[in-house]
Design a protein around this ligand. Structure first.
Ligand code: C2O
Ligand code: CU
Length: 460
């Protein structure tokens, strides 16, 4: 179990990812941390052989960062890998040069180098951070961790729990399967799918919950590509109160769906019936975690506070509509696409460039500009998933409104930063372009992103 209070008590390597003591001269709302990306030996379960992973401060997942809204987060990031890296703060409406996308918003952090991220935490919610350099490789090897921003509580309560899920592909030696990283099959199909599910870094852990009263659960999906689905024992209903860190009009569901990178915050009024968590996306009930009742100090209704976003009304007159036609992948209808200015057959692109996916007939990358919009404009991304695959579409720097069908056919208008699209689905992602800079829009199935499913929206 990762520590729920303050920072990183479960670090394997003792010196790392600690909150750096704040100097007497700094403003008192600056919180300083030090995060080191390094090769680390990790044991997936007792008795298993050690795996070489890439971890933040030696811990899987990376250290839990809990901060208050209004604080400035300062993270001194040291890259001790043999390859460039960077950190993206997923879901934070960040300053563009702190967004952590090498080659777009910053230079890659080279081996041995340090980069200091410094940005205000303007919104409370459930966020995460992960490598944005060769993410399909570095996130698969463990470079990700939770970031929780509290509205006004002084610390995370015992009624406020993190359920960070990941899936790993292990080989017959109980070690991470590295030979399959970069597999063209995965890239052209549903991405890299694991065979070993972890919750907060452990397989089928016991999670302490209060004996009675209310509880708040923060689900986060750190997997490269697997869409997870969760149910509680007896299909106990859960009240969904926030998505991707953004509060929503609460609604009840028995089953949660989380695409990679998505977060779902739920509340349960009477925790005393909650015993087990199942992952059910494969059609079978897999026992993902067991809940163990535990004495807690907080009052039965001491839950984190959430403030609903007030500016639900976007000015739609003169909204700028951007059509994005997604094509490609296995069994798709894309026969050729433009890559580096040249039209090429998809077969050729797959073989020589490992490119497989396109937006509007063009293989995506940091040089593909999808739109340039003026600051303050309302933007409608009219996205058509014309492929045979699901895609979790993520916009950097903004949240967008979407009529979501992720929790059943009845559409809910919600604010998200990542939206799971079904094959054939048309969706409109609507946002106010209020954050200047160059922002990525990409599929968060990391194998799809690297092989072409991403482009840039420039604001300002
Ligand atoms: Cu989690 Cu490009 O992001
Ligand atoms: Cu995708």
């Amino acid at each position: 179990m990762i520590s729920r209070r303050g920072v990183i008590k479960n670090c394997l390597a003792s010196l790392v990812a600690v909150k750096v003591p704040t100097s007497a001269f700094s403003a008192n709302n600056v919180s300083r941390y030090r995060i080191i990306a390094q090769k680390s030996e990790h044991q997936f379960y007792e008795g298993a052989n050690l795996s070489d992973l890439f971890l933040y401060n030696g811990s899987s997942p990376g250290p839990l960062i809990v901060e208050n809204k209004g604080n400035i987060l300062e993270v001194e990031f040291l890259n001790l890998l043999d390859e460039p890296s960077s950190i993206h703060w997923h879901g934070i409406k960040n300053l563009n040069d702190m967004d952590g996308v090498p080659g777009l918003t910053q230079a890659p952090v080279e081996p041995g180098e340090t980069f200091t991220y410094r940005f205000p935490l303007n919104d409370a919610g459930t966020f995460w951070y992960h490598s944005h350099s060769q993410a399909w490789n570095q996130v698969a090897r463990g470079l990700c961790g939770p970031l929780i921003v509290l509205e006004d509580e002084s610390s995370m309560s015992d009624r406020d729990l993190i359920i960070a899920v990941d899936d790993w592909l292990l080989d017959e030696n109980e070690q991470i399967h590295t030979a399959s990283l970069g597999s063209l099959h995965d890239w052209s199909h549903g991405g890299r799918l694991g065979n070993f599910l972890t919750i907060n870094g452990k397989s089928a852990p016991e999670i302490k919950i209060p004996k009675s009263g209310k509880v708040h659960l923060r689900f986060l999906n750190f997997a490269n590509a697997r869409v997870m689905q969760f149910e509680l024992n007896d299909r106990l209903p859960m009240r969904i109160v926030a998505l991707d860190g953004a509060p929503c009009d609460p609604f009840m569901r028995q089953r949660l769906t989380l695409a990679p990178a998505q977060r779902v915050d739920v509340q349960i009024d009477d925790v005393s019936f909650v015993r087990e968590l199942f992952e059910v996306s494969t059609g079978e009930e897999y026992g993902a975690a067991t809940f163990v009742p535990n004495e807690v100090n907080q009052k039965p209704n001491a839950l984190p506070r959430f403030v609903l976003p007030t500016n639900n009304m976007l000015k739609m007159d003169n909204a700028e509509v951007i059509n994005i036609h997604m094509q490609g992948g296995a069994m798709g209808n894309l026969s050729s696409a433009i890559f580096e200015g040249e039209q090429k057959s998809l077969r050729e692109l797959a073989r020589s460039e490992k490119k497989l996916w396109a937006f509007n007939g063009e293989i995506g990358g940091y040089d593909l500009t999808l739109a340039e919009v003026d600051l303050g404009k309302t933007v409608v991304l009219r996205v058509w998933n014309d492929t045979r695959w699901q895609h979790g579409m993520h916009l950097h720097g903004h949240h967008f409104w979407v009529k979501s069908k992720e929790f059943g056919d009845e559409a809910n208008l919600v604010l998200r930063d990542t939206y799971l699209m079904q094959p054939g689905e048309h969706a409109e992602l609507v946002f106010e372009a209020n954050n200047p800079g160059s922002w990525l829009f990409h599929c968060h199935m990391l194998e799809h992103h690297v092989s072409g499913m991403g482009g840039i929206i420039t604001v300002g």
